[in-house]
Ligand binder design. Structure first.
Ligand code: DX5
Ligand code: ZN
Length: 216
């Protein structure tokens, strides 16, 4: 599978969101990564439904919604209605993960599960066959612009091995501190979807930064 690029609008200029979404539309990006933070699961609050719906009105690419919230079951339908194409929930936020995953699929969305840096891939053994995507957090969720955690490579390797056994078509997404310097190593370790926030939006020409991630 050719790898996909999902720029995170967390690092966009919210006062010029339409401009930044149009940049993504006209770039080689594949998805738009949308980070939802509730100030409970993570120590930061990002934005909610109106911003997701506004993004949807302008985006020509699928919305990849990453829920960093407690009790995501309460809001799955609202995120679908706001325009989510894929919904990723955190393993650490879902005591009944199987039920949550089925609920996402019943809405017609791609179902993803995210793992915090301390959560081992092996915990997914009995759910991985039901998933469309696993998101490996390469920073502690909550903020853009953090330093990449090197143990991520080992986790991507673990996940690749598990997915080859149980779910060969799995999207393996990596999120946090992704830039031009680690892209090759991430792809080699097994990632096939790269999220990038600050490395795209702090670049002088964001569309070129996306191009460089797509063609490392
Ligand atoms: C972090 C978010 C990320 C964030 C990545 O909690 O899940 O998607 O936007 O930002 P960078 O690429 O700046 O690390
Ligand atoms: Zn994210």
């Amino acid at each position: 599978m050719n790898h996909l690029i999902a720029p995170s609008i967390l690092a966009a200029d919210f006062a010029n969101l339409q401009r930044d979404i149009e940049m993504i539309n006209n770039s080689e990006a594949d998805w738009v990564h949308v980070d939802i933070m509730d100030g409970m699961f993570v120590p930061n609050i990002s934005f909610g439904f109106p911003v997701v719906a506004a993004t949807k009105r302008h985006a020509t690419k699928p919305l990849d919604v990453h829920l960093m919230i407690v009790d995501p079951d309460r809001y799955l339908k609202a995120f679908k209605d706001a325009g989510a194409n894929g919904i990723t929930v955190h393993y650490e936020a879902c005591p009944h993960l199987h039920r949550t995953v089925q609920a996402i699929k019943e809405l017609g969305c791609r179902a993803g599960v995210a793992l915090n840096p301390h959560t081992p891939v092996a915990l997914l053994e009995d759910i991985i066959a039901d998933l469309d995507m696993v998101l490996i957090m390469s920073v502690n969720p909550g903020f853009g612009g953090q330093k990449f955690i090197a143990n991520t490579y080992k986790k991507l390797n673990d996940l690749k091995v598990l997915s080859e056994k149980k779910n060969p078509g799995l999207f393996i997404e990596v999120d946090g501190g992704v830039d031009q310097n680690n892209v090759k190593e991430l792809l080699q370790a097994g990632a096939n979807v790269l999220v990038a926030g600050s490395s795209v939006f702090s670049s002088a020409i964001p569309a070129d930064a996306i191009y460089n991630l797509k063609h490392p």
